[in-house]
Each structure stands twice: as C-alpha cells, then as structure tokens.
Design a protein around this ligand. Structure first.
Ligand SMILES: [Zn+2]
Length: 384
C-alpha cells in the first residue's frame, strides 16, 4: 500500500504502476485522487506505461451516466520471464508471464554435476524453444539446489553441485540474455511461489520444508524471503537430532536431520531392513499399500524432522508449516510424526493456531517463485 498523504514529492511512473497492479487505483481520475498528481502528469505517466506494454485499457467500468471511465489494468503479458528450477537429476524449465503464471514448461533429465558449462547452455537452448519468438524477455530467474549468495548470484558450499561451487551464474546467462538474472536457493523460490500463490491473502509468515533426496527449508517472514546475512538462512538439513543413532552426515557431522530423515535416509533404512526399494516412488507405493514397516520408518523420519521444525517454530512463529518435496507425497505418516513432536516441543503460543499442511502447488511452486523473484525486482517502483 502506497501512501501519498504526507509526501511532498510527486508520485513516479513506477508508483502509478503499483497502484494499478494492486487495484488501488484503476482509472486516470482515481490515480489523480490518490496521488494528488495533476491531470497532465497522470496522463503522462499512464501513457508511458501503455507504451511500455505494462498497462492495458479496458473500455468498461461502472457508468455514471455519461461515457464510462476507461479502466486500466496491469498487462501480465507485457513481458516474459524464462525460469528454471535445477534439481540433482531433473531440471524444470519454463516461460512465465509478469504475474508468475507458467505459459509453457518442460523437464529435462540432466545430471547437475555435469557443471554450469553443460547445464546452462542446455537450459538456455530450451528457453529459446519455449519462448518461440515471444518478446520482450524482461528478466530471468533460477532456483538452484545450493546455498546462494543472493546479491551476486554465486553458489556457495555446493555439496550437491561440486562443479558449481563459487560460480557466479548471472554473467554466464546475461552474455546471451542481456537482462537482470536472479539466482536463489531452490527452496527459497519454492517457499516464495507457495506463499504468494496459495497463502498471500491469508498470512505473511510461512515455513516451507522440502523433504526429498535432501532436506531444506525456506522462510517467508512478514511476506518476504528471509535470507540472512549471505543467503544461508533456512539450511535446516544440518541441524542435528537427538538419538539419531550416530549416522555420519555428508557434511562431516553426526545425526544431522538430513542424514536420518531425508528420502535418502528412508531408502537406506528400508534397505537395511531387507526391503527391495530403489526410489522414493517405491516408498510412496508401499505407504499407499499400507505397508506397516514403511509407515513406521516414514513416521520416525517425521519425528526427527519434527525436532528441528519445533526449534524453527519457536524461533520464527510461522502461521503455517508447509511440507513439500517427494517424501511429502507420503504426507500422512510423515506429518503424524512431525505433529507428534512439534505440538509437544514448541511453545504454546507458537502452536496455538499453527497449521501443518502439504504443499498445494507441488513442483510448479519453484518455477512461479523464480518468476516472482524477477518481477518483484523489475516492477518495483524504483526500477520503473
Ligand atoms: Zn550434515
């Protein structure tokens, strides 16, 4: 919400766009009333937005007897945002509009360990095909399975992506697409997409926990991603649990929640019990079939996960904890374990109205979140 009541300066074109996007002012007369701008100044700013394709006119609106006022609306198709969500073995690639809606998407199977020199050209070739001549491209968004120093778009301590450690991704893409390129941790963009599409109208504080091959979290606090000093906030996978059995984690510590409750750990535990499971899809199938041993293993993973989530709930006081990722497909036993521990361990005030839910968007959240990262930047009042 913009307030011009106490402003001494004049509203900018970017602020006028903000009013139209939010629906606060949708006619030239409204804009004049809200901003105090003169009629010629309003016309000047609106004309600029129309020329840039960011706003369109609809010849409707409530009639007051004479000619109905022309309504202005944000033109989500005024630009296009190629996005990609890199995974360990699969990468999702899409083109979104300025509202974050996915226009076209595809998935390519590629080992991310092949490194940026192989993966990024493939992603860019795929964008070319998906764009199919659509223009202008206004920005590019990427989610990567690594800690990202957000300001530089540089991947750090990328244990999953050894060949990417220290790589600054934006210049590699901007050489071919000369537009703003924003890179963030994959779970951060998923949390952002999930929040904005499914929850933004009802709440501002959300903790997203992704349980797949690995465990990570994204924090939405006061409506924005909480990144921390360098972008490493939300790395809950390497918080240790009690009584984990002494499992050595790939980070070198013992009993990190990632080493005892991730999809990888669930598969390892089932195999140790002589079960013939090869993928998380096998685990999902066994849970759906009501296999008691598999349910017990998943539920125990949920309890360990609940330990670190209860700490996060005490620290952050989210309105909702959203569980996503492949393991969340077997939501019931997992969430039973999580609830059992969170409601026992977290403070009463933090859990009084706390909800624990399954992701509503699924894998699409990361693509939409990557696009919103870009549009928030390029459509911000100061950027227009
Ligand atoms: Zn660890």
């Amino acid at each position: 919400m913009l307030s011009f009541g106490v402003m001494t300066r004049l509203a900018t074109t970017g602020e006028v766009l903000q009013l139209i996007r939010s629906g606060e002012a949708v006619t030239r007369a409204d804009i004049g009333r809200v901003t105090g701008l003169s009629r010629p100044a309003v016309v000047h700013r609106v004309t600029e937005l129309l020329q840039r394709g960011l706003v369109a006119e609809d010849a409707e609106g409530p009639s007051t007897g004479g000619r109905p006022p022309v309504r202005l609306r944000f033109n989500a198709r005024g630009g296009f945002v190629p996005v990609a969500s890199l995974g360990a073995s699969r990468t999702q690639i899409a083109v979104c509009d300025l509202s974050g809606a996915i226009l076209d998407r595809t998935e390519v199977v590629i080992d991310v360990e092949e490194g940026p020199g192989v993966v990024l050209p493939l992603v860019m070739d795929t964008w070319d095909k998906l764009l199919n001549g659509r223009a202008p491209v206004v920005g590019i968004g990427l989610g990567v399975p690594a800690t990202v120093e957000f300001a530089a778009g540089r991947t750090e301590s990328a244990r999953v992506m050894a060949g990417w450690t220290g790589v600054e991704i934006p210049p590699l893409i901007a050489a071919r697409y000369p537009v703003p390129v924003l890179v963030d941790n994959d779970v951060n963009v998923i949390a952002m997409g999930e929040h904005r599409v499914a929850y933004a109208t009802e709440l501002d504080d959300l903790l997203f926990v992704k349980v797949s091959t690995r465990i990570g979290a994204g924090v939405i606090s006061g409506g924005s991603i909480l990144r921390g000093a360098l972008g490493a906030a939300g790395e809950i996978g390497h918080i240790p649990v009690r009584d984990g059995g002494g499992v050595l984690c790939r980070c070198g510590n013992i009993d990190c929640v990632d080493s005892v409750a991730s999809g990888t750990a669930i598969l390892r535990d089932l195999r140790a019990n002589g079960r013939d499971v090869h993928s998380l899809a096998d685990v999902t199938a066994l849970v759906r079939a009501g296999d008691a041993q598999t349910m017990a293993v998943v539920r125990q993973a949920g309890r360990w996960l609940g330990e670190v989530i209860s700490g996060a709930v005490n620290l952050l006081n989210p309105s909702v904890v959203v569980l996503g990722g492949d393991v969340a497909e077997v939501f019931q036993p997992l969430v039973s374990g999580v609830r059992e521990v969170v409601y026992r361990r977290s403070t009463q005030l933090a859990t009084r109205t706390l909800r624990i839910e399954r992701s509503r968007l699924g894998p699409a959240a990361g693509l939409t979140g990557s696009a919103l990262l870009v549009t928030d930047r390029i459509l911000a009042p100061e950027a227009i």
